[in-house]
Design a protein around this ligand. Structure first.
Ligand SMILES: CC(C)=CCC/C(C)=C/CC/C(C)=C/CC/C(C)=C/[C@@H]1[C@@H](COP(=O)(O)OP(=O)(O)O)[C@]1(C)CC/C=C(\C)CC/C=C(\C)CCC=C(C)C
Ligand SMILES: [Mn+2]
Length: 390
């Protein structure tokens, strides 16, 4: 991870491309207009927001455009029934440097195993091709987050993030800088993963550099999309939609987006105290004010009835996003469902843990204990076995 920092801070010293060009597979894009379930969730969620009219497009509408674009890319692939992604992936390996590429993917797997053990275990059920592609995406996300959250975050400037984005462009064009990039470069050449969610995640990191308050849920929603909803959009093209699924591609992407948003909202609710100690308050300012709370209340960190009631509403909204996500998991390829269910069940239990801590997210960290974690894995497995909407 340190290498990334060196590179973005001082690119010249480290700018050696390790692997040569990797073939790209294209994908025609087609638009669709099924906003239905998006709007339903939007209506439910905005019941929490103020009555302030928002004549401009909401963040949800803007984000939905990315969802449609990514869904269209995948729909195109699904139509090509004869194309077996795993086979295509295997065949195009013949054109690249096998050993280096395999090593690059293995290293991604190692990083993943170290930082996210449960998730790593879950990926072992996937086909080898899909598994290693998800690892490559995971590592890129982890490195991106490390830039602004890691030990050297204080050295990161907007220009450093611009260089990271340039590096992303390069790897998409088959010019990776290091072996982790090479793995991702290979992945995006084989699966219909659009570059936009990756760029948007970098945009989320830019926001973290310049913004420490969110006026409304709409603003927060966009941030959550940038740093977490994007992960869902990056992952589904690799995890794959079950061939027998009758669900629309857009609805599956909606669910994936919802899972990212739900996870990030949960992160935010869990880390209120920790973030406040870094001068950050992600909770929407207008909702805090309506609950009779201010930044000072958060810095003071006292669990009052006002706070409990405010948190109950926040938790309720996060759960709504988890519910929305649930609708899509069974539509994924059978082998990809288990890690997704596991992550959904585990993350959602953090909300239960906040409740169990009597809403003290100022000084008590809500976490899911080992026993509960292990108990969730067979539950996730059971759900993964259930069929799709066919
Ligand atoms: C149909 C359907 C439901 C499909 C599933 C789609 C899917 C796989 C969604 C994944 C959702 C997910 C795991 C989102 C990640 C959310 C998250 C925790 C984002 C974190 C951002 C910044 O947070 P913060 O800095 O506040 O918190 P920390 O203290 O740093 O934790 C991130 C850290 C961004 C970076 C994200 C990652 C490193 C995770 C990347 C994960 C993958 C690519 C694999 C996803 C696959 C599974 C099975 C979970
Ligand atoms: Mn982080």
């Amino acid at each position: 991870m340190a290498g990334v920092l060196l590179w973005v801070i001082s690119p010249k010293e480290n700018a050696t491309a390790l692997l040569s060009l990797i073939p790209r597979s294209g994908g025609k894009q087609k638009r669709s207009s099924s906003l239905c379930s998006r709007i339903k969730l939007s209506a439910k969620v905005s019941a929490f927001s103020s009555a302030v009219a928002n004549p401009a497009r909401s963040s949800e509408e803007k984000v939905y455009e990315v969802v449609l674009k990514q869904a269209a890319l995948v729909k195109e692939q699904r139509k090509k029934k004869a194309l077996d992604l795993d086979k295509a992936a295997e065949n195009s390996d013949a054109l690249t440097d096998w050993d280096l590429l395999n090593e690059a993917y293995d290293r991604c797997g190692e990083v993943c195993a170290e930082y996210a053990k449960t998730f790593y275990l879950g990926t072992l059920l996937m086909t080898p091709e899909r598994r290693r592609a998800v690892w490559a995406i995971y590592v890129w996300c982890r490195r991106t987050d490390e830039l602004v959250d890691g030990p050297n975050a204080s050295h990161i400037t907007p220009r450093a993030l611009d260089r990271w984005e340039k590096r992303l462009d390069d790897l998409y064009e088959g010019r990776p800088y290091d072996m982790f990039d090479a793995a991702l470069s290979d992945t995006v050449s084989k699966y219909p993963v659009d570059i936009q969610p990756f760029k948007d995640m970098i945009e989320g990191m830019r926001l973290d550099l310049r913004k420490s308050r969110y006026n409304t849920f709409d603003e927060l929603y966009l941030y959550c999309y940038y740093v977490a909803g994007t992960v869902g959009l990056m992952s589904v093209p690799v995890m794959g939609i079950a061939p027998e699924s009758k669900a629309t591609t857009e609805s599956v992407y909606n669910a994936a987006l919802a899972l990212g948003i739900a996870n990030q909202l949960t992160n935010i609710l869990r880390d209120v105290g920790e973030d406040a100690r870094r001068g950050r308050i992600y909770l929407p300012q207008d909702e805090l004010a309506r609950a009779g709370l201010s930044d000072e209340d958060i810095f003071r960190g006292q669990v009052t009835d006002k706070w409990r009631s405010f948190m109950k509403d926040q938790i309720k909204r996060a759960r709504m996003f988890f519910d929305e996500a649930e609708k899509g998991v069974s539509e994924l390829n059978a082998a990809s469902r288990w890690p997704v269910w596991a992550s959904l069940l585990l993350y959602r239990q953090i909300l239960d843990a906040i409740e169990a801590n009597d809403y003290n997210n100022f000084t008590k960290r809500a976490y899911v204990g080992k026993a509960k974690k292990f108990a969730s894995l067979p539950v996730a497995y059971g759900r993964a076995l259930l069929g799709t909407s066919k």
